[in-house]
Design a protein around this ligand. Structure first.
Ligand code: HEM
Ligand code: HEM
Length: 173
């Protein structure tokens, strides 16, 4: 269950790959730009956006707590790349936290209400909350930033696996 210096433990790997899957699913929302979402992806995958996003908000809070608890036990980057790796992973965490928060702000700010998986947490309202909707409007920009960050992250993982041929990929598998 716990991480070690040579390998991420079961819970860290479950959170990493489970959330990687859910975040990839969330990115399908970009396809709403095609034909206003009226196609298979828009109707079957992107239609879960608010529910899956709300789930991600719960998971990231737990993952942050878990990362702090495992801080001194997990695999550490080597000295040369330490700052870049910490910054990269830190930004991934920031993206995973700010995206669901701004998403919720769009829904409440614009008066749509919030009902993940049909559970009404905030009722829809006639009144918009302008400041909330304004902050929420950075959601799309952050989604693009996270997409680029994730692409770089995957490229680095593959670089370690196939070019440097070290154990960086192995410790997350
Ligand atoms: C990690 C979680 C999330 C990711 C990766 C994500 C990603 C995205 C992406 C890629 C788009 C399309 C943006 C574009 O076409 O430019 C989008 C739009 C949207 N998302 Fe999310 N989202 C997340 C969480 C949430 C949550 C929790 C909510 C609501 C509770 C939400 C509400 C919305 C709404 C209303 C839109 C359409 C409005 C807009 O494009 O600004 N999202 N999201
Ligand atoms: C195919 C997709 C992915 C691959 C191959 C991959 C691979 C890896 C590997 C090998 C590590 C260990 C790096 C190290 O120990 O230095 C790692 C860590 C990490 N990855 Fe990914 N990853 C993927 C997707 C994602 C996504 C979508 C996110 C979040 C948006 C993410 C966030 C993180 C974070 C924050 C860490 C640091 C460890 C932790 O706190 O869990 N990864 N990843």
């Amino acid at each position: 269950m716990q991480d070690t210096k040579t390998r991420y433990g079961f819970l860290s790997r479950l959170l990493h790959w489970g959330m990687a899957f859910l975040i990839t699913w969330q990115f399908m929302k970009f396809f709403d730009r095609i034909n206003e979402g009226e196609h298979w992806i828009g109707e079957n995958l992107a239609s879960w956006h608010v529910s899956i996003g709300s789930l991600i908000l719960l998971f990231i809070l737990f993952r942050l707590f878990w990362a702090i608890k495992q801080k001194n036990k997990r695999p550490q980057p080597d000295a040369a790349s330490r700052i870049a790796v910490k910054a990269g992973h830190g930004l991934l965490y920031l993206g995973m936290l700010v995206l669901p928060i701004t998403g919720v702000m769009i829904m409440i700010g614009k008066g749509y209400g919030l009902d993940p998986f049909g559970i009404e947490l905030v009722a829809g309202s006639e009144n918009e909350i302008a400041w909330m909707a304004a902050i929420g409007s950075i959601h799309s920009l952050i989604a693009w930033a996270l997409l680029i960050l994730v692409a770089g992250h995957i490229a680095m993982a593959l670089y370690h696996r196939f070019v440097k041929k070290d154990d960086v990929m192995q410790r997350m598998l």
